[in-house]
Design a protein around this ligand. Sequence first.
Ligand SMILES: C[S@@+](CC[C@H](N)C(=O)[O-])C[C@H]1O[C@@H](n2cnc3c(N)ncnc32)[C@H](O)[C@@H]1O
Length: 274
Amino acid sequence: MMRAILFAYGVTDKRVWVADSFAGLPPGDPEKYPLDAGSDFHTYEQLVIPLNEVQENFGTLGFLDEQTVFLPGWFRDTLPGAPIDRLALIRLDGDMYESTLDALDALYPRLSTGGFVIVDDYHVVPACQAAVFDYCARHGIRPEICEIDGVGVFWRKDATTDGDQPAEIEGVGAEDDALAERILLAMISLRKMALERMARVIALRDERIVFCQQTMSDLKEDIAQRDAHIAQRDAHIAQRDVELAAIRASMSWRITRPLRGLKQLARAIMPGGK
Ligand SMILES: C[S@@+](CC[C@H](N)C(=O)[O-])C[C@H]1O[C@@H](n2cnc3c(N)ncnc32)[C@H](O)[C@@H]1O
């Protein structure tokens, strides 16, 4: 989406860096990062999206070009030495303490003053929020955290609140600030749209669930009715069996039965006879 925004604004001198293991999240290292103890994100197969699949998606949109750079591997290995001079916007979505801290350690110093940081999981993964807090505390940064949607947050790098971070990076001007701001606004509004769509999907699913529950209860009623019919029929059959047994035991049965036998015998002896 960030690449699409650059395209939409006709920006050709900026790149999007796509950093990911493309193999899911790392197993937690609780000795080094106690807040990742118990994290089981590395077992989530739905977070394992291979590089070729992501590249194909970029390609489908025509964005698999020199403005999109992939950094496959663990953040701890790829980000510190990545050939990135400066960044207008950093979007973190690593879900873990380690992943958030590694990314901030490597990237925040390269963020232009006036640039933005978006942290996707701030309110849903406490370890992620703690990593932001620890990083900022360690560097004397007092970010003005802004809410996005109750889940993610962002803040703007500001010389007056940024502690030991370099106050200004050479060559960064108002133009970069304006672009960073436009990208941020576009991302926020798209994210809101995505959340609204998700809410609609959930409402639709709820409707379907109610419909299925109704169908289930109708079916149960049908089955109960059918069971009642079967029981009724069984009762009739049982009653007829009792009646039949009574007839068989009756005197008339004892008389008519041998007579019928005789009749059959007579027919056999005199074919055509009545
Ligand atoms: C919740 S997913 C978000 C993916 C993507 N940002 C999106 O919105 O579709 C988290 C991603 O971070 C990657 N990730 C998390 N920690 C990582 C780390 N330490 N190094 C490399 N990739 C990591 C995972 O592979 C996964 O693709």
